[in-house]
Structure formats: structure tokens, C-alpha cells
Ligand binder design. Structure first.
Ligand code: AMP
Length: 282
């Protein structure tokens, strides 16, 4: 595996290839990331991963400084998983001047849920993804692929719109959420959890399962289902931001006719904020 930091070195490494299969990450890799890389193996002619903790998408009181950085271990995992090129830009490589051109995603999609609780988050995500795509795909001669996790459901939806609206030569492929054996969605932030919190953490996913089951059982009031989930989490010392049932296509409020749905949740356990979601058809 070639490890490159600068844009020039990345472009030189990718010059012999036509169709990179690209997995962007912020590092501290786990099996969720490696599942994306495994999917990438089936596409394109060179596997590219990136590791970049993107300051732009962190709010002033969020965990940019504390975010776990485990570069040596990540390199070994990527190498073993068959990654060909690792792009690990330093901040000055990606942002040589203050990034004042920004991508503002559509409000209906990006100002709700994660966007409502993390103002500016999707501006930061969209801007860095656009930039990483410019770096990785600039020499691409035909349609290429980039891989995102369903774990960040709203993020992959916004990136699909970004790619369509800016006519980028990239197909977005989404991979199912990889979980621990007790159901907790794998996340780099799980390492913040104390032992007691780690034991409690699967409840977020269990509440989403219960919401899904209630919808499938025909319970009429979605608001009541959402309220029960919020109350259950609060009763176990969580601070939930939202537990909602939405239309899968655009995160709108489902009507009776909508069949393709997703339940999404975000909640703080101690100081750790966890998110999760489940897609289903009713
Ligand atoms: P991150 O490093 O958290 O920015 O995540 C990089 C990519 O991995 C994103 O597309 C995430 O949605 C995806 N990802 C993170 N956790 C998981 C998981 N448990 N299962 C599948 N994909 C994941």
C-alpha cells in the first residue's frame, strides 16, 4: 500500500489507473470501515482510502481535538484489507488557505435531524467530500465509485444529491451498518464509552427496533411511538436528541401511503453522542 499525503503525490499514485474505488474515513478504523473497503474491491481498478479528521464538520464544542487518531494501526488494517493507496492529507494539504468556498446542501435534507443538532455539520461534510472527490477522481476516465455507510444515513443521502446535482462522475454505493455482537453499531466514538456505558449502549438500537416493530404492528400514531422511545432512553439516563420515523427517500414525514421508511436516532450517553438507524418497508 502506498501512503501519500500531498495532492501531487496522490495524483501521481493514481495516474496509472482509470477508475478508483474510494472509501473516505476519519480513521480509527473498525470493521464498518473495512466492510466498505471489501465492497470497493469489487469495483474499479485501484482501491483508495482516505483518513482525514475534517475540522470543518466539527462544531466549536465538539470533539475535534479528542477524536481518536490511530494512524499506525489504521495503516496496518488497510494494508491487510487490500487497500492500494492511502491518502492521508495534512490540514495544509487539503486546506492550504481558509476554506471560504463552501458547499451548502439543500435545507430540507440538511437542516433536519443531524443538521438541526449539529449546525454546519453537513456544510463541512459536503465541502470535504467534494474536495476529496476532486483529489481522487480528477484523473478518472469513466464512472467511478465511492463507498459510504448506511450508519450515517442522512450523510449518504446528502452525498447522493451532491453527486447528482454537480454531475460528478461518481456512483455512490452504500454498505449496511456493521454491528457488535450485542447490536451496537460500530463507531470510532464507541471508544469514548466507559465500561458501564458500553453495557448500556445497545439500548439505542433496541429502541429503534421497538419503534420499527410498533410501526409494522400497525400502531397508528408515529408521534406516540417516537415519544415512547424518547421516554425509554431518558429513563435510562440517556439524553436523546431525536428518535424519529421518516420517509427513506427524503427524510420527510411519512404519509399513510409511504412504505419505504427509516427509523433514526441520536442520543448522548454520558459525554458520548451515538447515532443509529434502521431501514424497513411496512
Ligand atoms: P467515519 O470515519 O466515521 O467518517 O466513517 C467513514 C465511513 O464509514 C462513513 O461512510 C460511515 O458511514 C462508514 N461507517 C462508519 N461506521 C460504520 C458501520 N458501523 N458500518 C458501516 N459503515 C460505517
Amino acid at each position: 500500500m502506498q501512503v501519500v499525503h500531498s495532492l501531487d503525490a496522490l495524483r501521481a499514485a493514481l495516474k496509472p489507473y482509470d477508475r478508483p474505488a474510494f472509501v473516505p474515513t476519519m480513521g480509527n478504523l473498525h470493521d464498518g470501515h473495512l466492510a466498505l473497503l471489501a465492497m470497493a474491491k469489487e469495483h474499479g481498478d485501484v482501491r483508495v482510502a482516505s483518513i482525514f479528521v475534517n475540522r470543518l464538520q466539527f462544531g466549536p464544542n465538539e470533539d475535534f481535538d479528542a477524536y481518536p487518531r490511530t494512524f499506525e494501526r489504521d495503516c496496518a488494517l488497510l494494508e491487510a484489507a487490500g487497500c492500494d493507496v492511502l491518502f492521508a492529507p495534512r490540514e495544509a494539504d487539503l486546506y492550504p488557505q481558509a476554506q471560504t468556498f463552501l458547499i451548502h446542501p439543500p435545507t430540507g435534507l440538511a437542516d433536519v435531524l443531524e443538521g438541526a443538532f449539529r449546525p454546519g455539520f453537513f456544510v463541512g461534510v459536503s465541502t470535504v467530500v467534494m474536495k476529496l472527490f476532486q483529489c481522487v477522481f480528477s484523473g478518472t476516465k469513466t464512472q467511478a465509485h465511492a463507498f459510504f455507510g448506511e450508519k450515517d444515513f442522512q450523510q449518504q443521502l446528502i452525498i447522493r444529491h451532491l453527486v447528482t446535482q454537480f454531475a460528478l462522475p461518481v456512483t455512490i454505493v452504500t454498505s449496511p451498518t456493521i454491528r457488535e455482537s450485542d447490536g451496537l453499531a460500530m463507531s470510532s466514538r464507541n471508544s469514548y464509552l466507559s465500561e458501564a456505558e458500553r453495557a448500556e449502549a445497545p439500548r439505542l438500537q433496541a429502541c429503534l427496533q421497538a419503534m420499527l416493530a410498533a410501526v409494522k404492528a400497525g400502531q397508528q400514531s408515529l408521534e406516540a411511538i417516537e415519544g415512547t422511545a424518547m421516554a425509554t432512553l431518558r429513563a435510562h439516563q440517556w439524553q436523546p436528541d431525536y428518535m424519529v420515523i421518516r420517509r427513506r427517500e427524503d427524510l420527510g414525514m411519512p404519509t399513510d401511503r409511504d412504505r419505504a421508511l427509516v427509523v433514526l436516532g441520536a442520543a448522548k450517553l454520558g459525554r458520548t453522542r451515538l447515532i443509529d438507524n434502521l431501514s424497513f418497508d411496512r
